[in-house]
Ligand binder design. Structure first.
Ligand SMILES: [Fe+2]
Ligand SMILES: [Fe+2]
Length: 137
């Protein structure tokens, strides 16, 4: 259990670095100083998809949360919320990727929508990992 937690913690630290990179590239877009670097955002979001949705979240759902449930029922409510967020994550990421594609047209409202969606995605992922940190890890 301890080594599994160490792996999850290390993955959270790695993903926090990815989120900071997204935030750094988002700032000039939000401030209207430069258009989104589409290839760069698409690459980072594809990495987030593979890493979190296909690798990290299933490991938490199938191993870590199950192990915690077998020990106590005190965290059941939080675990339900975390698993709900895992389940809704792929659709949220798809919408963000679609919004990025739409913003390629350069229409200011489309760029603003992508920036706002990305901001919400970053904040949501940070909150999710903080909640896991306080509950599981
Ligand atoms: Fe998670
Ligand atoms: Fe996690």
């Amino acid at each position: 259990m301890r080594s599994a937690l160490a792996v999850i913690e290390a993955e959270h630290r790695g993903f926090a670095t990815v989120l900071r990179a997204l935030q750094r590239h988002l700032v000039p877009v939000r401030e209207g100083r430069q258009p989104p670097n589409h290839d760069l955002f698409a690459t980072i979001l594809a990495y987030a998809d593979t890493f979190m949705e296909r690798f990290h979240h299933p490991k938490e759902d199938e191993y870590l949360f199950r192990a915690l449930r077998s020990r106590t029922d005190e965290a059941d409510g939080v675990l339900r919320q975390l698993q709900h967020e895992h389940a809704s994550g792929p659709a949220e990421l798809r919408a963000l990727q679609d919004s990025l594609k739409t913003s390629r047209g350069g229409v200011p409202s489309d760029v603003a929508e992508f920036a706002a969606r990305l901001e919400r995605y970053i904040a949501g992922q940070e909150t999710h990992m903080r909640l896991e940190g306080g509950t599981v890890v």
